[in-house]
Design a protein around this ligand. Structure first.
Ligand code: ZN
Length: 130
């Protein structure tokens, strides 16, 4: 099939303020996540995808700086690919700039890599393995 959206990452001021709406009002089950890149992360399941809420641990983290500059909202989308090494190689060949040259471990415990928004129309794109 086509690469699915693994998750959408949304920068928020407060996990406690947003989680009850998605979990209790919309009925999306919550999924335990580990903290990553100076962000506290909570997630809810939406079909085959997650919505990840990213709350900065401190203002000087990447999410903290993002929130200060742009406010709450969609921070990145994560696309699941069958072979992350191969997709990174394809991106490299296509001249796409990368934030992560090689995969590293993400909040879901899977290998991830971020592409540079300069190369992707201003949208921060994360790749992960299926
Ligand atoms: Zn992500």
């Amino acid at each position: 099939g086509s690469p699915r959206i693994a998750h959408v990452g949304i920068a928020v001021e407060s996990l406690a303020a947003i989680l009850p709406f998605f979990r209790d009002v919309l009925g999306m089950p919550d999924v335990p996540m580990s903290d990553s890149d100076g962000a506290r992360i909570a997630a809810v399941q939406s079909g085959e995808s997650l919505i990840e809420f990213l709350e900065p641990a401190t203002p000087d983290t990447p999410i903290g700086k993002y929130l200060a500059k742009r406010g709450a909202g969609i921070h990145h989308i994560c696309v699941a690919v069958p072979d992350i090494e191969q997709t990174l190689e394809t991106c490299r060949s296509a001249g796409i700039q990368m934030i992560d040259q090689t995969p590293r471990l993400g909040a879901e415990g899977k290998r991830i890599a971020f592409l540079h928004p300069k190369s992707t129309g201003g949208i921060l794109v994360e790749l992960t393995e299926q």
